[in-house]
Design a protein around this ligand. Sequence first.
Ligand code: SAH
Length: 454
Amino acid sequence: MSFAVNKNDRIEVKIEDLTHDGAGVAKVDGYPLFIPGALSGETVSIQVLKTLKNYGFAKMLDLIEPSEDRVIPPCHVFPTCGGCQIQHLSYEAQLTQKRKTVRSVIDRIAKLPDVPVHEVKGMDDPWRYRNKSQIPFDTENGRVITGFYKSRTHQIVDTDVCLIQTTEADELMALLKRKIQQLGIETYNEKTHQGMLRHLIVRKARQTGQVMAVLVTRQKKFPQKQAVVDLIRQEVPEVTSIMQNINFANTNVIMGNETVNLYGKDIIIDRIGDIEFEISARSFYQVNPVQTEVLYQQALDYAGLTGNETVIDAYCGIGTISLFLAKQAKEVYGVEIVPQAIKDAKRNAEVNGITNTHFEAGAAEDIIPKWYAEGKRFDVLVVDPPRKGCDEKLLETILEYKPKKVVYVSCNPGTLARDLRILEDGGYRTKEVQPVDMFPHSSHVECVAFMERK
Ligand code: SAH
């Protein structure tokens, strides 16, 4: 088969677009080439690495004409570390790019070119935003290394600093890296399933400043635990809770089922708006608390509650959106498939003295039809599904029972657009879409879409 280009060809191209994982796209006689590191609008010289039937890959040799939006990435392990994809693009241009991504799927997949897609709501300070870090340990040539995995591998890219995590996470990571050998703690080896320390997890409650460190160990017996606790308390006094999680399984899953307290409380407490959340070592909690508030406020604005509405929060997690909505609704019904998250949701409602929420564990596509069958009726339905979007059966239920408003919170614009089209065909009208930047420097973008019955 012959293509517009062949392997090893060296050519000059103009970059037309960025893929969702941040690679530049150039077209040679209509044949797309993906070029990591290149940005839209740039002229680059490349070498073709691989040609497939419908597209190919190339590497950048020279940057001939750089984009005005190109910046020097502040992180010294970018782009080797897989954590960020677009640090070489100015933050403003990242937001423009994310809006373009959303606009494009709303046009092409939802076929709604007239629906407004607003400018992305970004962060004033797009650094140090992650409130949770999961840091693997390994030993290389007798030296302890820590950092994050290179994209699609389990190879740690060694670093002491990650500019999107908290400074406390940086300090703890660097501290343990320097000291664990002296304490006689071996790092876990994935291949031999030997060693002790697998991961360090750091969680910080932004509003209260409380910090939890979780040491994930292969065995429960951890003779150096007191020494580690003393070290952490002395060097990083911000830490209010130190936990040990035991994971003896030979798997990729980071945490095991058993968690024991080594120091301080079992939880840290954070607030979103004026709602308090108790976060334990394993609880699910939004990763960017600043933008979570922006996202939920948008959902709340679209829901347009007056106090008389009965609302569903489908895919509710630990009830964050539900509790946010509850203050302005008559009643909120939350459903979530993970039973522990539902327990946390109930506990969070209790802690905050909120009495007009009901939570049920199960699949949204099963529980919501059941609620309707029991005679319950709803004015507003909020959905916040995982990346694969809403289950078909749930969309059918919406079309059958016709709640007046649907507020769709989405972490994947592609499946959002697909589902909007299905609901449009069933009689809903999409009013507007508001993207929110939850993950600066990554290529992800979240959206809230607002739909009403015709
Ligand atoms: N709304 C929450 C969580 C959103 S993440 C928040 O803002 O924090 C999506 C959630 O959907 C996850 O908690 C996942 O466990 C849950 N989930 C996945 N499939 C589901 C299903 N079929 N029914 C109900 N919940 C589901």
